[in-house]
Design a protein around this ligand. Sequence first.
Ligand SMILES: Nc1ncnc2c1ncn2[C@@H]1O[C@H](COP(=O)(O)OP(=O)(O)OP(=O)(O)O)[C@@H](O)[C@H]1O
Length: 272
Amino acid sequence: MQALIERKHQTVQHLKDQPEMLVCDQLKKVYPTPKGDYVVLDDLNLSIRKGEFVSIIGHSGCGKSTLLTMIAGLNDISGGKIKVDGTPVIEAGPDRAVVFQSPSLLPWLSALDNVMIGVKQVFPHASRAQKQDICKYYLDKVGLGADFDKKAHSLSQGMQQRVGIARAFALKPKLLLLDEPFGMLDSLTRGELQDVLLEIWQREKITAVAITHDVDESIFLADRVIMMTSGPYAKIGDELIIPFERPRVRKAVLEHPEYYDYRGYLMNFLNH
Ligand SMILES: Nc1ncnc2c1ncn2[C@@H]1O[C@H](COP(=O)(O)OP(=O)(O)OP(=O)(O)O)[C@@H](O)[C@H]1O
């Protein structure tokens, strides 16, 4: 436990020479309500290095989705700044791909055509064959190699979320933003998709931020777990570096002698 406490505020060692990919500086979010302004986030500061995988945990309603949608450029910033690769966030852009809990595919289009929509925007000058290759490559990586042509409405929830993950990676974003991506899936599918996500992430070396309610998931995925305080005026309350080796193997992580120290630390934060 002592080693864990000593490590908890260090930079993730293998990333210490990487540039900052995401910076939130004195970030503030105010929602106007009939009862007056509601300050969800206040003075929130966060820095994430290129190639890092960060999980965010916190109580329901503390402002996790608000933070993620602000980073995505889908939600106005009330104060402070967000920078992605040095550029201030003003609006949504293809440098940030978002995977939501529900993938919202166009049901009448095939899996491939759902991925193609984004690919066409990001690679407008590629030939049709090249664009198809990109879509097929990522659909294959998420385990849908034989299902390119199936209509989205005929896919199971887990398969739809696989398409959502393929769609996000196919955009070749600088930043992958995941908002409870596996929250609606059964635990078996959830575990499978965590593995798929980590496998592609490891290969593509994309910086990733994932919101999750699941402490085990937060540990399994991340290099660092960020803990948000409860709102209003939520900010970063604490953080924990997860040093388990990569590629991560679930059994090895769960059997790691320090695993329950990490888990206990996060549970303790959430319970107070
Ligand atoms: N458009 C809005 N207008 C007013 N209040 C809002 C709006 N969107 C969110 N809120 C409030 O802001 C707070 C933070 O919401 P948010 O969805 O970001 O929390 P969260 O941590 O992601 O919650 P959960 O874990 O339950 O998904 C909540 O109190 C919510 O009711």
